[in-house]
Design a protein around this ligand. Structure first.
Ligand code: G1P
Ligand code: ZN
Length: 543
């Protein structure tokens, strides 16, 4: 075994986005690509010597190879110890938990989340901090800077480490602890939720279907929902993780989790349905014949979290990303809770959670979580829903109806225009930005613009400023359209248009969201000139 120093040159474009560095897998597999980025992480975090890290990923194509490279580089740079999930597998929330309970110096998560996997699909690497949350911009900027200057990296030349057996091993003096990916996470869930109540519910003929989408949550859901909580075998489907997610797109939304949608909207459908994404941090919630939007789910969880033992003393406060619907704000106002509005991306919740300002947070993109870890957590959301259903003894449809009549309904939809030419997408945003001052007071598609601005965030804890986080157009009466470009895409630009309107009349609360939002959709197109700029007449995805 030999420690070698490999000469390299900086590679362009290693700039972490909304959630780590994501690229096509073949790009990551290219000469020095992964190695340069890992060396840049070491530099960005002030070296790895003497440090303990957690390492794991969602099992996508190249996960196993990348783990070996990272271990050899950690050992060569003097890391003390790496705690690795068996077979280099860890869901993102489980990795966050391991960082926290072991008090490590951080961790590396290999995932491109909900993006497809495979040699021609996506791969990603993300560094998480000692609090278990994604690195803040201050750190990702340092990593990016390092990637522009890196000239060499250190790596051990050695055989692969056997990661298939749980236990301790070592590599060139660096301890490696291979752990069961599920055990600690399952123990945490048992502390937060009323497992007895859920067990009774699942034993009473209440049927659930959890679609793991061939991704990382399969083993977690099998162990917790079936083995521990007694859901009948087969309640968890597509439960075996595969490197290309069974050829699918592991994104839990009505488009990509079509199989689950069909099952839930059939006359014999189960009572509760849910899905999670590639790395286990997103969730989708359904009842029989009901799809719960992520924004509504967040509001329902905020209104009812006290039914779970982990939250029985009430919430400290709540937070949502700016484009997420304001259904959460209505609950917060009714309960007298502080409600924070942050930029898109989980990393902005970390400071608020660490400072004890909020205990529950979420995003419209199917992410919900709490202060139990510093990532969003798909299975956690599913268990909180089950806990609430078990205590309230109501169906998902009844819970939604009760919620809307108490708090009002925020109709909500997101329209995505994918793989738009970057220049055209930037031109659209620039043009919007340029006319913000002139919009208030104008009439568009029957709506009057009340406010128009570009969202920026001043972190109340560390004072950092984050600008250009999306264009917000507020209409009289409470409707809203938000425009921003995705920070996670790997091809061209993705334009996201977030549409919302408020309804407080109980007679009008059961409409289809697209038709309820028709005038906001028309106004958004008119204001931004989506068709004129992009040539597109329809979004690729509506969620
Ligand atoms: C998307 C979502 C965002 C989420 C992120 C990581 O980012 O919109 O809410 O935090 O994925 O899962 P975007 O592509 O919009 O930058
Ligand atoms: Zn994810």
């Amino acid at each position: 075994m030999q420690r070698i120093t490999v000469q390299t040159t900086p590679i362009e474009g290693q700039k972490p986005g909304t959630s780590g560095l994501r690229k096509k897998t073949h790009v990551f597999m290219g000469p020095h690509y992964l190695e340069n980025f890992i060396q840049s992480i070491w530099i960005g975090i002030g070296g790895v010597e003497g440090k303990t890290l957690v390492l794991g990923g969602d099992g996508r194509y190249f996960n196993d190879r990348a783990a070996q490279v990272i271990l050899r580089m950690a050992a060569a740079s003097g890391a003390k110890k790496v705690i690795v999930g068996q077979n280099a597998i860890l869901s993102t929330p489980a990795a966050s938990n391991l960082i926290r309970i072991n008090g490590t110096d951080g961790g590396i998560i290999m995932s491109a989340s909900h993006n497809p996997g495979g040699p021609d699909e996506d791969f990603g690497v993300k560094f998480n901090m000692p609090n278990g949350g994604p690195a803040p911009e201050e750190v990702t900027n340092k990593i990016f800077e390092a990637s522009q200057k890196v000239t060499s990296y250190d790596i051990m030349e050695t055989q692969d480490v056997d990661l298939s057996e749980i236990g301790e091993t070592e590599l060139a003096g660096m301890e490696i602890q291979v752990v069961d990916p599920v055990a600690d996470y399952a123990a945490l869930m048992e502390k937060l939720f009323d497992f007895d109540a859920i067990r009774l519910l699942l034993g009473s003929g209440f049927r659930i279907r959890f679609d793991a989408m061939h991704a990382v949550t399969g083993p977690y859901a099998k162990a917790i929902l079936e083995q521990t909580l007694g859901a009948p075998a087969g309640s968890v489907v597509n439960a075996v993780p595969s490197p290309d997610f069974g050829g699918g797109h592991p994104d839990p939304n009505p488009i990509w989790a079509k199989e689950l949608m069909t099952a839930m909207f059939s006359s014999e459908g189960p009572d509760f349905g849910a899905a999670s994404d590639g790395d286990g941090d997103r969730n989708m919630i359904l009842g029989r014949n009901v799809y719960v939007t992520p924004s509504d789910s967040l509001a329902v969880l905020a209104a009812n979290a006290h039914f779970a033992p982990g939250y029985e003393d009430g919430l400290k406060g709540v937070a949502r990303s700016m484009p997420t619907s304001r259904a959460l704000d209505r609950v917060a106002a009714a309960k007298g809770l502080d409600c924070y509005e942050t930029p898109t991306g989980w990393k902005f919740f970390g400071n608020l959670l660490d400072a004890g300002r909020v205990s529950l947070c979420g995003e419209e993109s199917a992410g919900t979580g709490s202060d139990h870890v510093r990532e969003k957590d798909g299975l956690w959301a599913v268990l909180l829903w089950l806990n609430i259903l078990a205590i309230k003894q109501q169906s998902v449809a009844e819970i939604m109806m009760g919620h809307w009549s108490e708090f009002g309904r925020n109709y909500y939809s997101r329209h995505d225009y994918e793989a738009v030419e970057t220049d055209k997408a930037n031109a659209l945003i620039d043009e919007l930005r340029g006319k913000l001052d002139t919009l208030p007071g104008t009439s568009v598609s029957g709506l009057t613009v009340e406010t128009a601005d570009e969202f920026a965030y001043d972190d109340p804890i560390d004072g950092s400023h984050t600008g250009q986080q999306g264009i917000r157009i507020g209409f009289e009466g409470g409707a809203r359209a938000v425009f921003r470009l995705s920070g996670t895409g790997t091809v061209g630009a993705t334009l996201r248009v977030y549409l919302e309107d408020v309804e407080t009349d109980p007679m009008n609360m059961h409409r289809d969201a697209q038709s309820a939002l028709a005038n906001v959709i028309a106004a958004a197109d008119e204001i931004a000139g989506i068709t004129r700029h992009t040539g597109r007449t329809e979004p690729d995805v509506k969620t």
